[in-house]
Design a protein around this ligand. Structure first.
Ligand SMILES: NC(=O)c1ccc[n+]([C@@H]2O[C@H](COP(=O)([O-])OP(=O)(O)OC[C@H]3O[C@@H](n4cnc5c(N)ncnc54)[C@H](O)[C@@H]3O)[C@@H](O)[C@H]2O)c1
Ligand SMILES: [Fe+2]
Length: 413
C-alpha cells in the first residue's frame, strides 16, 4: 500500500476553551432527561459544579449526584456506584472531575447498560454494545479520559491495575473548560500534566501496526496520519505550558494550553495507543503506590533513549514540534529531543530514577515479567520489546543512568 492511512475515533461533540461549560446543560438535555452525575468529592463542593447542576435542572434534566470516587478506583466502589445508578435509571451519565471520576462514569454507564461485574469486561473489546451516553467534564489536564475508549480500575484480587478498553466507552460529548483546572494543586498539575505529555510522545513514537481493513479493529491501532498531527501539537503545547502552569497556577494562558494539549494528546492516544512508559508503570505503580503520571514521566526519558536507534526520524520531527534549536544531523537532533524531554521532566521536579520511587535493583526481574503481561501496550512499542530489552530500560531507570542506554552517551543531561 502507498499513501497515508488514518484512523480516529472520538466523541461526536468536543468543546474546548474558557466558558464552554456553559453549554453542558443544553447539550445534556438534548441527550436525556435523567442524568446520573459521577463527581469528584472535592469538585462537587465548588460553585462551578453547583452552577452546572442548577443549569441541568433548569433545562429539565433530573440529576442524581454520586461522589463516592476514591483515587485508584477500587472495583467494589464502582460496583456500588453501578447499583446506585441502576436504581436511579439514567438515560445519560455525566463524569465531572479528574481521570478517576471520568473513568468511574464510563464504568457506571457500562454497568447500567450491560450489568454483571466489571471483571467480565477486562481487556480489549469485551464490551458487547453501546452504553448509556456519557458527557465528560475534566478538571485536570490531564488524562484525556474525556475522549478515550479506556477506563482503569484497581482490582483487589489482581497485582496490577486493569483496563477496560472499548470504543463503546468513548464519551458522547466532552467539555474541556480550563477554568475548572485553575484550582488543581501543584502535584496534580505536574503528574497529570506530564502524563499528558507522555501520551503525546508515546502516541507519536508508537509503531504503525498492520491493520486488517476489513476486520474488527483493535482498540489501539498504532500511530497513523490522523493521530500524528494531534500528538505533535499536543507535545509542543505541553512542553512550554507545563513549567509555566507550575510556576504560576493562576496563569490562565498556561492553564488553557495545558487543557488544550491534554485534550489533543487524548484524541491521539485514544486511537494510536501508548507504549513502554505506560506498560512499565503498571507494575511500578502497583509496587510503589505512586501516581500514574509520576511513574510514566519518570520512565519516559529512559524508554525514548532505548528506542532512539529505531525512531530517529520521529524524534527529529518531535524536536521541531518542541521548538528546539536547528540541528542538521538527524541522529544528533533525535538525541537532542530526548535530552530536552529529560530536562522537562527535571524542571517539573520528577525524580531522576525509579530508585527515588522506592524500586530496588532486585525488583527488576519481577517488573520485567509483569510488564510483558501488558501485551497490548508492549506490542505498540516502536521496537520489539523482549525481556532483555525491557531489562536494560528498567535497570538503567532504577540506577538513574540514561547514558547506559545510549550507543553514544547523551550530549547533555
Ligand atoms: N481513561 C484514560 O484514558 C486514562 C488515562 C490516564 C490515566 N487514567 C487514570 O486517571 C486517574 C488519574 O486521574 P487524574 O490525574 O486526573 O487525577 P484524579 O482524578 O485521581 O484526582 C487526583 C486528585 O486531584 C483532585 N483534583 C482534581 N481536579 C482538581 C481541581 N481542578 N482542583 C482541585 N483538586 C482537583 C481530586 O480531588 C483528587 O484528590 C488514574 O486512576 C489513572 O489510571 C485514565
Ligand atoms: Fe497515562
Amino acid at each position: 500500500m502507498t499513501g497515508a492511512l488514518g484512523i480516529l475515533r472520538l466523541p461526536s461533540d468536543v468543546r474546548f476553551g474558557y466558558g464552554v461549560r456553559a453549554g453542558i446543560a443544553t447539550a445534556t438535555a438534548a441527550i436525556g432527561r435523567r442524568a446520573f452525575v459521577v463527581a469528584d468529592p472535592f469538585l462537587a463542593t465548588t460553585p462551578a459544579f453547583a452552577e452546572t447542576v442548577e443549569a441541568l435542572e433548569a433545562a429539565g434534566v433530573a440529576t442524581h449526584i454520586h461522589t463516592e470516587v476514591p483515587p485508584e478506583l477500587p472495583v467494589p466502589v464502582v460496583h456500588d456506584a453501578g447499583r446506585a445508578a441502576a436504581r436511579f435509571g439514567p438515560d445519560v451519565v455525566i463524569g465531572y472531575g479528574g481521570g478517576s471520576a471520568l473513568d468511574a462514569a464510563k464504568l457506571v454507564a457500562l454497568l447500567v447498560s450491560h450489568g454483571g461485574d466489571l471483571d467480565g469486561y477486562y481487556g480489549e473489546n469485551a464490551v458487547p454494545g453501546p452504553v448509556v451516553p456519557l458527557v465528560a467534564v475534566p478538571t485536570t489536564a490531564g488524562t484525556g479520559s474525556e475522549v478515550t475508549p479506556v477506563a482503569v480500575v484497581s482490582d483487589p484480587d489482581r497485582e496490577l491495575k486493569v483496563g477496560i478498553s472499548s470504543p463503546h466507552l468513548i464519551p458522547r460529548a466532552a467539555f474541556v473548560d480550563p477554568e475548572l483546572t485553575l484550582g488543581a494543586p501543584p502535584s496534580v498539575t505536574a503528574h497529570a500534566g506530564i502524563d499528558a505529555f507522555v501520551h503525546a510522545v508515546e502516541s507519536f513514537t508508537a509503531a504503525a501496526l498492520p491493520v486488517d481493513l476489513g476486520g474488527a479493529l483493535p482498540v489501539f491501532v498504532g500511530r497513523n496520519a490522523l493521530t500524528d498531527v494531534l500528538s505533535l501539537e499536543a507535545a509542543g503545547l505541553i512542553h512550554s505550558a507545563l513549567p509555566a502552569a507550575l510556576a504560576d497556577p493562576g496563569d490562565r494562558g498556561a492553564r488553557a494550553d495545558m487543557a488544550h494539549g491534554s485534550l489533543l494528546a487524548g484524541m491521539a492516544f485514544g486511537a494510536a495507543g501508548t507504549h513502554l512508559s505506560h506498560a512499565i508503570q503498571y507494575p511500578v505503580g502497583a509496587m510503589t503506590h505512586t501516581p500514574h503520571g509520576l511513574g510514566t514521566g519518570t520512565l519516559l526519558p529512559y524508554v525514548l533513549q532505548a528506542c532512539l536507534p529505531a525512531t530517529v526520524p520521529r524524534l527529529a520531527r518531535l524536536g521541531d514540534a518542541l521548538g528546539l534549536p536547528a540541528e542538521d544531523d538527524p541522529a544528533r537532533r533525535a538525541q537532542g529531543t530526548v535530552d530536552a524531554i529529560a530536562a522537562l521532566c527535571a524542571r517539573v521536579d520528577l525524580p531522576g530514577s525509579l530508585a527515588d520511587l522506592g524500586i530496588r535493583p532486585q525488583d527488576a526481574p519481577g517488573i520485567v515479567d509483569l510488564t510483558l503481561q501488558v501485551r497490548r501496550l508492549v506490542q505498540i512499542a516502536p521496537v520489539t520489546a523482549d525481556a532483555t530489552f525491557l531489562r536494560r530500560i528498567v535497570d538503567a531507570a532504577i540506577a538513574g543512568d540514561r547514558a547506559a542506554l545510549a550507543d553514544n552517551p547523551p550530549t547533555k543531561a
